[in-house]
Design a protein around this ligand. Structure first.
Ligand SMILES: NC(=O)c1ccc[n+]([C@@H]2O[C@H](COP(=O)([O-])OP(=O)(O)OC[C@H]3O[C@@H](n4cnc5c(N)ncnc54)[C@H](OP(=O)(O)O)[C@@H]3O)[C@@H](O)[C@H]2O)c1
Length: 264
């Protein structure tokens, strides 16, 4: 299977680091032109430079916009115009005792993790439908189906994203546009690496440290290691392609077998 996304215009929200940056890199490697987004212009430009270092032919555009607001979504839209591939990767997380999560914090999580995706879908889906091709992917998490006690608000927003995905896939029925969630599991990002080191210490080399972390704290993982961001990027590339034309309205897992269930 050779995937060529030449001529496709992609947007990846929250892509100046972490999983989003890996997704943007893999889409660019497959030939798509990619809009890279974050709130900070310099960091977003630096992310584009990193992609070009790795993929010299990459066509990447940095757009700084805070997608937690409707105004930010409009800034992105004005800068980018139409898109064929929309990856709603932006998401925030953080531990907080559930009884201490106040209304403002609940609203903040919904604004960033759910409404940022809904707004961009509302902007870009109609054009995709009228052109007869489009790919929307919402980056969810194992926390969508296994609510983590230490961050119930995060899990709840990811569960909502699965329903958002299903709803907009129905809205796009029969148009050639697919809408899917990608459920990522524990992934090797800078934030997670710090978290692993906090729990298992600095003495072990990284490979041993992450294996110990997985054994002790994520024992259900079937790959028994963290997922590399590129592995999520590869799934997004596949779902973005013509080859994935019969996959829509669902949740595709890149969780290393972490979710202990047959269906998502
Ligand atoms: N890491 C994991 O193990 C894991 C597991 C499952 C699912 N996920 C999901 O995967 C996605 C990416 O996670 P990650 O760990 O790679 O994230 P991350 O490292 O925290 O990166 C977040 C990105 O979003 C940008 N950003 C933050 N707030 C923004 C806003 N309001 N508007 C626009 N951009 C914003 C950040 O740049 P600035 O701060 O400069 O704006 C950064 O580029 C999230 O949806 C997360 O829930 C992650």
């Amino acid at each position: 299977m050779h995937i060529d996304l030449s001529g496709r215009r992609a947007i990846v929200s929250g892509s100046s680091q972490g999983i989003g940056l890996a997704i943007a890199t893999e889409l660019a490697r497959s030939g798509a032109s990619v809009t890279v987004n974050g709130r900070d212009q310099a960091k977003t430009e630096a992310a584009c430079a990193t992609i070009v270092d790795e993929v010299p032919a990459a066509v990447v555009t940095p757009v700084a916009a805070d997608l937690a607001s409707a105004a930010g979504a409009e800034i992105l839209h004005e800068a980018v115009g139409e898109a064929d591939i929309l990856v709603n990767n932006l998401g925030i997380f953080g531990a907080k005792p559930v009884l201490e999560i106040d209304d403002d914090e609940w609203r903040r999580f919904f604004e960033v993790n759910v409404l940022s995706a809904v707004r961009l879908i509302r902007i870009y889906l109609p054009g995709m439908m009228s052109r007869g091709f489009g790919r929307v992917m919402n980056i969810a998490s194992d926390s969508a189906v296994v609510t983590p006690l230490e961050m119930v608000h995060y899990g709840t927003t990811k569960t909502a994203l699965l329903a958002v995905t299903r709803g907009y896939a129905k809205a796009a029925a029969g148009t050639g546009v697919t809408v899917n969630s990608v459920m990522a599991g524990p992934t090797h990002t800078p934030g997670v690496e710090d978290f692993v080191r906090e729990l298992v210490g600095d003495e072990l080399p990284w490979d041993d440290a992450q294996r110990e972390f997985m054994r002790e704290h994520r024992p259900y993982s079937l790959i028994q290691r963290l997922i590399e961001p590129t592995e999520i990027g590869n799934m997004v590339v596949y779902l973005s392609s013509e080859f994935a034309s019969a996959t829509t309205g669902g949740a595709v897992r890149v969780d290393g077998g972490y979710i202990d269930s047959i269906l998502p």
